[in-house]
Design a protein around this ligand. Structure first.
Ligand SMILES: *[C@@H]1O[C@H](CO)[C@@H](O)[C@H](O)[C@H]1NC(C)=O
Ligand SMILES: *[C@@H]1O[C@H](CO)[C@@H](O)[C@H](O)[C@H]1NC(C)=O
Ligand SMILES: *[C@@H]1O[C@H](CO)[C@@H](O)[C@H](O)[C@H]1NC(C)=O
Ligand SMILES: *[C@@H]1O[C@H](CO)[C@@H](O)[C@H](O)[C@H]1NC(C)=O
Ligand SMILES: *[C@@H]1O[C@H](CO)[C@@H](O)[C@H](O)[C@H]1NC(C)=O
Ligand SMILES: *[C@@H]1O[C@H](CO)[C@@H](O)[C@H](O)[C@H]1NC(C)=O
Ligand SMILES: *[C@@H]1O[C@H](CO)[C@@H](O)[C@H](O)[C@H]1NC(C)=O
Ligand SMILES: *[C@@H]1O[C@H](CO)[C@@H](O)[C@H](O)[C@H]1NC(C)=O
Ligand SMILES: *[C@@H]1O[C@H](CO)[C@@H](O)[C@H](O)[C@H]1NC(C)=O
Ligand SMILES: *[C@@H]1O[C@H](CO)[C@@H](O)[C@H](O)[C@H]1NC(C)=O
Length: 542
């Protein structure tokens, strides 16, 4: 504490000159209604480190190399005697705009790390703690806590946005000109939920790999794990065989998109035949032999199949062909806690509930209760009516949230709005990212062009990175693409993804390729360097 203040005080008065208010708790408090109280407010000089306060379990990593800014945190009273908190970075070199960033999994805490890149663009950047402190996979905070659930589901984001915009306007003495959102996973859900429930909050929403169908995604997380459990079953596929499966999928599903390049760009068009992996005669150990037994092949069929429930009801799309390198949900001796904690604590079955008791009544209950009203509905007409824009994307090799859940959402928004005369592409565009895993990154043998400054991506390149190094324009940078759409009416029909030869160096580019607006796909023009974006075009394949 002492060190931080000492190094900053000398700059405080100087920085205050361009603003309407001081960066001090009293000044910030004067802007807030009585239901909100300032935790802290102090200036940081350029290149400073923001020290994350003790107790922010969800996001303990310090934000480093920040521009000169005012760091603020406040606590807001919410329903049922609960509170939520938020953090706000107010950069001295303000671009006049506001950006909120999202959270991940069940994580409770202010996402200071993702606020860093936002403040480097010049946004007043906000993150909510969603009303609790916990790690991403821990849902115990929700047990018998409907107020906390509602905070997590939507109240904390909305309430934080409202309060943070008030602070921003008061601090700079000027209303924000445009308001943006960027989040991935739970962050993607939070963005879509805002569009659905609080259309006035944002002008532009970037929603990556959205966990929007909470009431189905969480139960499915248990169901898919049970396909491969217990580990003693003859049908269990040990994780040691996942690379073998991934290689066979690559062999069968890569060429059929027109180019053998280790990137599976059309998994939905692949007629994968798992039997190619069958063990031959005299194999005593399938794992060491690198093959699958007949019961294991059955498991593979389940993993790659959509989930259906009672009365022929579709409940969730399958994991994609090409997601094998990220099969975290299938690799343990119990399902991921994002599934089991949901049933135990969100649905209220308690800590003793055994996942082996999972049955479809859980799915039915989740639909009825929808804890925290977290699931996003399809009627985004109010957001469309006010001129809001949504840019969504999903890694085609996502092993945590099945890729198909986002086109499902997009298509159901279309089904809801087209009969009302609304062209969805006017305000909501979706982009597949071939070869990308969950929110960020590609796999070592794939090297897909996955980077486009999407939500939370910058931290994969380095702690002080923002935007797309070397390509600071709306063609390559999703944030700039969104700004051009909202502020100039230039709608993106593709975004160029970049794969750097070395992500942490991010100097030399290995390959770039357009990520196409769904349902178009990137097609190689037939000539030119396949690693250059200009050799590709986005086309309808029919
Ligand atoms: C920023 O701070 C880091 C670590 O505190 C230091 O290594 C670096 O030299 C500083 N950069 C500038 C431009 O001052
Ligand atoms: C979470 O931790 C922060 C940082 O210690 C604290 O300010 C906040 O009150 C905590 N939130 C809750 C809901 O306990
Ligand atoms: C806090 O109070 C303000 C002003 O009365 C109100 O607009 C806002 O909705 C309240 N916030 C919450 C989270 O209840
Ligand atoms: C509200 O929370 C405070 C602080 O945890 C506690 O002292 C108080 O008893 C609670 N009130 C109710 C009505 O639950
Ligand atoms: C399996 O092992 C038996 C006994 O060693 C041998 O006779 C047979 O040829 C083997 N079959 C194959 C297909 O290798
Ligand atoms: C098969 O080999 C794997 C890898 O060496 C080993 O972990 C496993 O225990 C073996 N299975 C059997 C049934 O012996
Ligand atoms: C399935 O259909 C039966 C017969 O119509 C009905 O009783 C039951 O409630 C349905 N189940 C679900 C989950 O909708
Ligand atoms: C389904 O699961 C629930 C919760 O574990 C349990 O109460 C119920 O008895 C199960 N139903 C059947 C038919 O097994
Ligand atoms: C949240 O869900 C409950 C129970 O379904 C419902 O009564 C309530 O209206 C919902 N709240 C909002 C804000 O949608
Ligand atoms: C990438 O660059 C960093 C920084 O120079 C270096 O430490 C790392 O070894 C490089 N990684 C690879 C895979 O070459």
């Amino acid at each position: 504490m002492t060190m931080r203040w000492d190094s900053l005080l000398s700059y405080g008065a100087l920085l205050g000159a361009a603003r309407a208010l001081d960066c001090s708790p009293a000044a910030i408090q004067s802007l807030l209604p009585s239901n909100a109280s300032v935790n802290f407010a102090y200036p940081l000089n350029a290149n400073a480190t923001f020290q994350v306060p003790q107790g922010d379990t969800g996001y303990p990593t310090n934000a480093v190399g920040l521009p000169a800014l005012c760091a603020v945190s406040a606590q807001v009273q919410s329903i049922g005697n609960t509170t939520f908190g938020f953090g706000l970075f107010l950069p001295d070199d303000w671009n006049g705009r506001f950006l909120a960033v999202g959270n991940g999994g069940f994580a409770g805490g202010i996402n200071w790390l993702d606020m860093g890149p936002g403040s480097r663009y010049g946004f007043a950047t906000m993150s909510t703690d969603t009303g609790h402190n916990s790690s991403s996979g821990d849902g115990a905070w929700a047990y018998n806590q409907p107020g906390r659930l509602e905070n997590w589901g939507h109240l904390a984001m909305h309430g934080s946005v409202v309060a943070a915009k008030t602070i921003t306007a008061g601090y700079y003495g000027k209303d924000t000109s445009y308001n943006y959102y960027a989040g991935c996973s739970t962050g993607g859900r939070q963005g879509l939920k805002e569009a659905q429930m609080y259309p006035e909050d944002f002008d532009g929403i970037i929603a990556g790999a959205p966990a929007w169908w909470t009431s189905h995604l969480q139960p499915w997380t248990i169901k898919v794990a049970l396909y491969n459990l217990p580990t003693t079953a003859d049908y269990h596929i040990p994780p040691a065989l996942f690379p073998t499966i991934g290689n066979e999928v690559l062999k069968q599903c890569d060429p059929q998109d027109g180019l053998t390049d280790n990137i599976i760009s059309d998994p939905y068009g692949c007629n994968f035949r798992p039997e190619e992996l069958l063990c031959g005669a005299n194999v005593t150990n399938a794992t060491t032999a690198g093959c699958l037994t007949s019961p294991q092949i059955d498991t593979l069929y389940k993993i790659y199949s959509d989930s259906w429930s009672e009365n022929q009801t579709f409940t969730f799309p399958h994991l994609n062909l090409g997601s094998e390198a990220q099969w975290l949900l299938l690799s343990g001796s119990s399902p991921n806690s994002l599934g089991t904690d949901y049933v135990r604590y969100f649905l209220g079955f308690g800590a003793d509930w055994s996942f082996y008791d999972y049955n479809e009544s859980i799915q039915r209950l989740a639909d009825q209760v929808d804890p925290g009203n977290a699931t996003v509905k399809f009627d985004l007409s109010a957001f469309h009516a006010k001129g809001g824009k949504i840019l969504s994307y999903h890694g085609m090799s996502d092993g945590l949230i099945p890729t198909g859940s986002t086109p499902y959402f997009y298509n159901h928004v279309d089904r809801t709005l087209k009969p009302r005369g609304i062209d969805v592409d006017d305000f909501f565009r979706f982009f597949f990212v071939p070869g990308m895993g969950h929110c960020a990154g590609t796999f070592p043998n794939v090297n897909a062009p996955w980077y486009f400054a999407g939500a939370s991506q910058a931290q994969s390149l380095g702690p002080t990175v923002y935007g797309v190094p070397g390509f600071e324009d709306k063609e390559h940078d999703a944030v700039l693409a969104m700004m051009a759409w909202v502020e100039q009416g230039i709608a993106p029909d593709h975004i160029i993804g970049t794969k750097y030869a070395n992500e942490t160096l991010h100097t030399d580019v290995m390959r770039q390729r357009p990520l196409c607006m769904y349902p178009k796909q990137a097609m190689y023009k037939g000539s030119g360097d396949v690693d250059e974006a200009g050799s590709w075009e986005c086309k309808m394949l029919y």
